[in-house]
Design a protein around this ligand. Structure first.
Ligand code: MN
Length: 324
C-alpha cells in the first residue's frame, strides 16, 4: 500500500539519524532527490547522510553539497534507512550492511516495478511522477523545511534530467509547477544549472558519442536502433562509462526510431539502456531479462558478451515496434 506524503513526513519528523540511499549508477534524480532531502533534514536539525559506493558523476558534482559518504559508521544510531528512486537490494550493491543499520526502512520511488526483496515500514511509489524529486519536493514542504537555493538546484537537476529536459512524455503540469516554484527561490538560475549538467562534455566524450552514433545498427525498417559502448571503445577514446550518458537520447532523436538500445559493456557484465519513443514498451522487454524501469525508459543487465546480448534482445525489440 502507498503511504501518503503527509504520513511519511509525520514519521520522519520524529526520527533522527537518517541514511539516504540513491540507486547505483546514480543519475540526476537519484542524487538530486537525495541531496534535496538530506539538506532539508539537516536544516531541521537532524543528522542525515547520503550513502554511496561510487564516485559522483562529474556533471553532477555540484549536487554533492557535503552530503555523501561511503562510511558505514558515519552515524552512531541509524533510525531510518530510506531508498530514493529505487526499491530493492539489487539497486544498492555494496551498501547492504549500511542499509541494515536503519531500524526503520522506507522507500520513495517513481518506478512501477517495486522489488519484493525488502519489507519496507513505509513506502510511496508514484509511477505517474516524472521524477522521484517531485515526491521529495512535496515531502520537504510537509516536513516544514525551507526550499534553500541548494535544495532548489537539486530538485531542478533531478526533474530536468528525468524528464529529458521536459521533453519526455512523463512530463506533467506538476513537473512544471514544482519547477515554477523553484524560480521564486532567491538566486535560482536554471540556465546555470542546465549548463553544469549538459554543457560540460569533454572532447573525448564527444568523440565517444560520435563513434557510437556513426556505428549504429538499424532493424525493422529503421524503427529499432542499437548502439554499443565497449571497453575497447572507452579505452580508445580515453573515456569512462559515465561519459556515455546521454548517447541513448541522441539515438532517439533519429527520425523513425521507435525503440533504441544502447549496450554498455562493463568489466563484469553488459548493461542495457532501452528507450521507446511513443508506443514501444521497452519496460516489457527489460523485464524479460530481469530488468525494469518505465514503459519508455528501461534497462536490464546481461552476463553474456555484448554480441550475444544483442542477439537475445533483438527479437523482443523488433516485436515491441510492431503495431498490433
Ligand atoms: Mn528517477
Amino acid at each position: 500500500m502507498n503511504d501518503t506524503i503527509r504520513s511519511i513526513a509525520t514519521i520522519m519528523s520524529d526520527l533522527d539519524g537518517i541514511l539516504l540511499f540513491p540507486h547505483i549508477n546514480m543519475d540526476g534524480d537519484a542524487l538530486g532527490s537525495a541531496t534535496a532531502l538530506c539538506l532539508a533534514l539537516r536544516s531541521l536539525g537532524k543528522k542525515a547522510y547520503i550513502m554511496i559506493s561510487e564516485p559522483v558523476p562529474k556533471n553532477l558534482d555540484f549536487l554533492e553539497c557535503g552530503c555523501t559518504t561511503d562510511d558505514d559508521t558515519v552515524l552512531e544510531d541509524v533510525q531510518l534507512s530510506l531508498m530514493l528512486d529505487c526499491s530493492g537490494y539489487n539497486r544498492i550493491p555494496g551498501r547492504e550492511q549500511a542499509w541494515e543499520r536503519g531500524r526503520i526502512k522506507g522507500c520513495i520511488d517513481h518506478h512501477a516495478t517495486k522489488s519484493k526483496d525488502i519489507r519496507f515500514d513505509f513506502s510511496r511509489i508514484e509511477p505517474k511522477s516524472a521524477a522521484t524529486a517531485e515526491i521529495v519536493y512535496r515531502l520537504i514542504k510537509d516536513l516544514g523545511a525551507e526550499i534553500s537555493l541548494d535544495i532548489a538546484n537539486a530538485i531542478f537537476a533531478a526533474i530536468t534530467t528525468d524528464t529529458g529536459n521536459f521533453q519526455h512524455t512523463n512530463t506533467t503540469s506538476r513537473s512544471h509547477e514544482i519547477v515554477g516554484h523553484l524560480y521564486k527561490v532567491e538566486g535560482f538560475n536554471s540556465k546555470a544549472i542546465s549548463s553544469l549538467i549538459y554543457d560540460r562534455k569533454s572532447k573525448e566524450a564527444m568523440q565517444l558519442e560520435s563513434h557510437v552514433l556513426s556505428n549504429l545498427s538499424f532493424y525493422a525498417d529503421g524503427r529499432v536502433a542499437v548502439g554499443k559502448v565497449t571497453q575497447k571503445l572507452l579505452a580508445d577514446c580515453g573515456c569512462t562509462m559515465d561519459e556515455a550518458d546521454g548517447i541513448v537520447q541522441r539515438i532517439m532523436s533519429i527520425e523513425g526510431v521507435e525503440a533504441g538500445c544502447l549496450f554498455k559493456e562493463t568489466k563484469d557484465n553488459v548493461r542495457t539502456s532501452l528507450r521507446g519513443r511513443t508506443y514501444a514498451n521497452v519496460e516489457g522487454v527489460a523485464k524479460e531479462f530481469g530488468g525494469g524501469g518505465h514503459m519508455l525508459a528501461s534497462g536490464c543487465t546481461f552476463d553474456v558478451p555484448v554480441d550475444e546480448a544483442e542477439q537475445m534482445i533483438l527479437p523482443l525489440l523488433v516485436r515491441a515496434v510492431e503495431r498490433s
